[in-house]
Design a protein around this ligand. Structure first.
Ligand code: NAD
Length: 348
């Protein structure tokens, strides 16, 4: 069984470059989302605790099973801890044997960003050049760079209530090809933007964006509203936009649409797989306002684990670990693993 620790994840990406990693991941996401009916799916298992949420996200098709453990603790950065950390596993469905255990903190940011950028490719204007991002925390650079891999961005406007977050964001992206424009409020950030990413973190129902501030043709990637009681958008936006979600049963509880009452589902245009597989049109004109109401779905973790497993084998990276008995001479003699230990210590 393979172990991918953080340095290995970094090395895998260095082997093919971040841009190519995003492009390969997008291809895996399209393939997996297009095979939607072949997956056994469920809304994630979430336990809500005082400061946040602890989640398990399993999924499988007839080849692989994967799960991820992930948290969300919006106050963690106050004690210099990440809001979101994660690890996950990929297993062989035929035998049930685990194949790979991986750190997934970076992978969660990468897959969230790749999925958002892919949704933007279908829902935003093809000619989008200006991206606005609200919230310059841990996910922010990943979101911008994933969009830069799929769009010819020329301008990125950004705003955070924390000036240090804005400085860090600017420093991390200072060598990219687009122009970075800091602003001091949301309305200035979104003025003229083609794509608006909301990536704030607060355990509250906020209106980071008001409907009256939007202009025709804008696309919103709402990634920060991802738990009950934790949303970012004025619900009026959703009632008048083309809204796409990942997996409706999960998004009804966790997404922006939780604020739309009992007939929330009637405001949803499509699940993402329907758009990615061509079953439903994405953007149909230059005027419509579109929203990707992202909460993060297990299929995205499945795709990135599958990609990392492939890359680890291509580049012979990762460490073999003895987490399960792989090499028993007699598979019925499990006790043989303990017999010597027991005999040597029985009378001690
Ligand atoms: N949809 C998904 O799949 C997915 C995946 C990962 C994280 N998330 C969510 O994305 C959000 C961002 O995650 P992160 O890891 O970057 O968190 P983070 O805590 O590192 O960053 C959040 C940033 O938002 C800023 N902020 C808070 N309120 C704001 C406001 N009103 N206006 C502007 N900025 C504001 C904070 O100052 C902070 O810099 C979280 O809510 C997280 O749960 C979603």
């Amino acid at each position: 069984m393979l172990l991918l620790e953080i340095p290995v994840v970094q090395e895998l990406i260095a082997k093919i470059t971040l841009k190519n990693f995003y492009l390969r991941l997008c291809a895996y996401l399209i393939e997996d989302f297009s095979n939607w009916d072949n997956f056994q799916k469920s809304a994630r298992h979430a336990i809500y605790v005082r400061n946040g949420v602890l989640e398990l996200m399993p999924i499988c098709n007839d080849e692989f099973y994967s799960f991820k453990y992930v948290n969300g603790h919006p106050n963690n950065p106050l004690s210099n801890k990440l809001n979101v950390v994660a690890f996950g596993m990929l297993a062989d469905v035929i035998t049930g044997y685990p194949l790979m255990l991986s750190s997934m903190t970076l992978l969660t940011a990468l897959r969230t960003a790749a999925t958002a950028a892919l949704a933007s490719r279908y829902l935003a204007k093809k000619t989008s050049k200006h991206l606005a991002i609200l919230g310059c925390g841990a996910q922010s650079e990943f979101q911008v760079l994933a969009h830069a891999a799929l769009f010819e961005l020329t301008t990125v406007t950004y705003f955070d209530i924390d000036p240090d977050a804005m400085l860090r964001f600017a420093h991390n992206l200072k060598d990219e090809a687009f122009t970075l424009m800091p602003v001091d409020n949301v309305q200035a950030a979104i003025m003229g933007a083609d794509i608006i990413v909301t990536a704030t973190a607060a355990k509250e129902k906020l209106h980071i964006l008001e409907r009256s501030w939007l202009t025709a043709g804008q696309h919103i990637c709402g990634i920060g509203g991802d738990a009950p009681g934790k949303t970012e958008l004025d619900p009026e936006i959703l009632k008048h936009a083309k809204v796409v979600v990942e997996y409706l049963p999960q998004t009804l509880k966790e997404g922006e649409i939780q604020n739309l009452g009992l007939d929330a589902a009637s405001f949803v245009y499509a699940e993402l797989w329907e758009v990615l597989s061509g079953l439903k049109a994405g953007r149909e004109n230059g005027d419509e306002i579109t929203v990707f109401d992202s909460v993060g779905f297990a299929l995205e973790d499945f795709s990135i684990l599958r990609l990392c497993y492939q890359l680890a084998s291509e580049y012979r990276l990762g460490k073999q670990i003895d987490l399960i008995p792989q090499t028993l001479a007699d598979c019925k003699n499990l006790y043989g693993l303990l017999r010597n230990t027991h005999e040597n210590t029985r009378d001690a």
